[in-house]
Design a protein around this ligand. Structure first.
Ligand SMILES: Nc1ncnc2c1ncn2[C@@H]1O[C@H](COP(=O)(O)OP(=O)(O)OP(=O)(O)O)[C@@H](O)[C@H]1O
Length: 611
């Protein structure tokens, strides 16, 4: 016994459980299979568990009765009995559901509790809870957007799709509130998230504040920077155009000194950059929104770095824009809003588990004129290669541009079956005489990378041999074909991302996945059938689990659930989220639920409970 009421197994005898297992079997009742390493005696486990069960009391459940009733939950005592000594399968199932519900519930409760805790007045807490409950009501009409945002919208070379417009309205609704927004914007590849983020930044800038956009690669930072400058050029006289800067590791030291000074003095309204933006030396004068592109590549800690400081509006920024919408509230100090963007459509369940404290905005449509990318999975052999090379030649003759994507940069002795970008760069151009080929990978300098992408964009090179560096956000709208080598090395969601680099304009596009593995051939076929990122992300979640879907970095942020499995228990998670909202709606500081409060501080010790 470690402390009163807390038991832990520290020693056990190792034996052969077979005979005892048969014993239990004879009773024709369902029985739990404990994951026993090296064959711990079943009898020993049963003894110790039944001793533990005897210490439980019927009134041990901290969950309020109302929640138990509303969500059809077993009493906790019955759940422990039902999981260890079920009389029938239904009882075991209900017990399991209750225990899973608790795993999710306390996590959601902790996240929401912490968020409410950071907010001052009870009225604000109420409003925030309302926002989570009725998120569809919280939008602002275009006529109430600021003049700068409206001018930016008018100057776009296209109209927003209905769901882009909704997304902006939802975000602006949040920006107008004196509470830091914490929102996840997601949508399928190429749905146009960037312009939504730009519009949100304009809204903030128009009220005398600064905006920061952080992206995972220098290539993407430069692309967004140039794109924004070209859009701003259309909106009118220079005296009212917000000043925008680029800051990455490759920014020259003289330039970066100027940017740092401009940000500190409030002369720069918006900065686009990589990790460099959260370096110690970067100080803002009046940061009000941090947009984090590819949220899952950064993670929660970096997100937090942006809103660890409080700012009020900057007097220097106010002179920059003619019709500033400065209200009294802007004089108050506040932490910046955070808008995270995710290009891997994260299934809602996973989004809740990872970002239970974030509001969710989804873009559900694609810009008009897009047609699905024709997708083919082809076996990697001589015939397959010749077929693909011919398709590429046809595409080039028809005026298209082709990406060739590789899993590695240089050949590897350990993995001789993998094609490498630099090696193929020596031989592949022979297949496409008359067309220039370019090379793009992570070991090139920033200037070399920008140059390779610029040449591909302008059409100087028509074939680009690249690594998965292009997976993230690269936007060359007239690229019309992609071939992925060793496609078996990539996850489904990742391949969908890669495929999203083509079919971004009006040109009909193709994507070929080459693989030598017959197992992969079948797995990849799902990409031929579907171009819906949410569907595919779900398929990936089921096939490979959340860790692989999100990649190494973010999977470290997935909470551990001893019983629940995110890939199949998503609906319980959604209910637990609603239950947590309901509890906090009744008592935002949990004072009315002392047992729940105690349980929460035990299960989520990092949750600041003020005691
Ligand atoms: N409403 C629209 N109508 C036409 N084109 C649009 C519209 N919105 C965005 N675009 C264009 O669509 C392309 C894709 O947009 P964007 O790069 O923002 O996509 P994204 O959502 O960030 O996707 P990804 O995650 O793949 O980078 C860009 O070339 C952009 O200019």
């Amino acid at each position: 016994m470690l402390s009163e009421g807390h038991y832990e197994m520290t020693e056990y005898i190792i034996g052969n459980p077979d005979e005892e297992e048969r014993d239990v079997n004879r009773q024709k009742m369902p029985y739990p299979l404990y994951p026993s390493k090296a064959g711990i005696k079943l009898q020993f486990l049963r003894d110790i568990i039944s001793r533990a069960l005897k210490t439980l009391t019927v009134d041990m459940d901290p969950m309020p009765d109302e929640i138990r009733k509303d969500f059809n939950l077993l009493n906790l005592y019955d759940a422990y009995m039902g999981i260890h000594l079920p009389k029938n399968l239904n009882e075991a199932y209900l017990a399991r559901r209750r225990l899973i519900f608790d795993e999710f519930f306390y996590l959601q409760l902790a996240r929401l509790f912490q968020m409410l805790d950071a907010i001052g007045t009870p009225m604000e807490k109420e409003k925030l809870l309302d926002k989570y409950k009725n998120h569809e009501l919280n939008t602002v009409c275009v006529k109430d957007w600021s003049d700068l945002t409206k001018s930016f919208l008018k100057a776009l070379p296209y109209s927003l799709t209905p769901s882009q417009q909704n997304a902006v309205s939802e975000i602006i609704w949040d920006l107008k509130r004196p509470v830091p927004m914490n929102r996840l914007l997601q949508g399928d590849v190429g749905c146009g998230k960037t312009v939504v983020a730009f519009l949100a930044c304009m809204e903030v800038i128009s009220s005398g504040f600064q905006a920061a956009l952080m992206v995972p690669t220098e290539l993407l930072a430069t692309q967004h920077y140039e794109h924004l400058l070209s859009l701003l050029e259309n909106i009118g006289g220079t005296e009212c155009t917000p000043s925008v800067a680029l800051l990455t590791r490759s920014t020259s030291s003289k330039q970066s000194r100027m940017v740092l000074k401009g940000l500190q003095m409030g002369e720069i309204a918006m900065v686009i950059g990589t990790h460099s933006l959260i370096a110690e030396k970067v100080e803002f004068s009046a940061l009000r929104i941090a947009v984090i592109d590819e949220q899952h590549r950064f993670g929660v800690i970096q997100r937090g770095k942006f809103n660890s400081k409080l700012y009020s509006a900057s007097p220097s920024l106010r002179v920059n824009w003619r019709n500033l919408d400065v209200s009294l509230e802007d004089k108050a100090y506040m932490a910046p809003h955070v808008l995270a963007m995710s290009a891997t459509p994260i299934p809602r369940t996973l989004a809740l588990a990872l970002f239970g404290d974030m509001s969710l905005t989804q873009i559900t449509d694609l810009p008009p004129g897009r047609s699905p990318v024709q997708t083919l999975v082809i076996e990697e052999n001589e015939i397959g290669f010749e077929k693909v090379f011919q398709m590429m030649r046809d595409e080039l003759m028809a005026g298209g541009k082709v990406y060739l994507v590789y899993p590695i940069i240089v050949e590897s002795e350990q993995l001789p079956q993998l094609h490498a970008a630099t090696a193929d760069f020596q031989s592949i151009p022979d297949h496409f005489r008359g067309y220039q080929c370019g090379l793009l990978h992570g070991r090139m300098t920033s200037d070399e990378k920008d140059d390779a992408l610029r040449k591909f964009r302008t059409g100087e090179t028509r074939v680009l041999l690249a690594t998965q560096l292009v997976e993230v956000g690269v936007d060359v709208p007239d690229a019309s074909m992609m071939v992925v080598m060793n496609a078996e090395r990539f996850g489904i969601a990742q391949l969908h991302q890669l495929r999203g680099r083509v079919g971004r304009g009006e040109r009909k596009s193709k994507c070929v996945f080459l693989t030598s593995s017959s197992v992969a051939l079948n797995r990849l076929k799902v990409l031929e059938r579907s171009s819906d990122g949410f569907y595919l992300a779900n398929a990936d979640l089921l096939l490979r689990g959340p860790g692989d879907l999100l990649g190494k970095k973010q999977s470290g942020h997935i909470p551990e659930f001893p019983i629940a499995r995110l890939e199949i228990d998503g609906n319980i998670l959604q209910e637990a989220h609603l239950a947590a909202l309901k509890v906090l709606g009744t008592s935002n500081d949990l004072q009315l639920f002392p047992k729940l409060r105690a349980e929460l501080s035990m299960r989520q010790p990092l949750c600041i409970l003020g005691d």
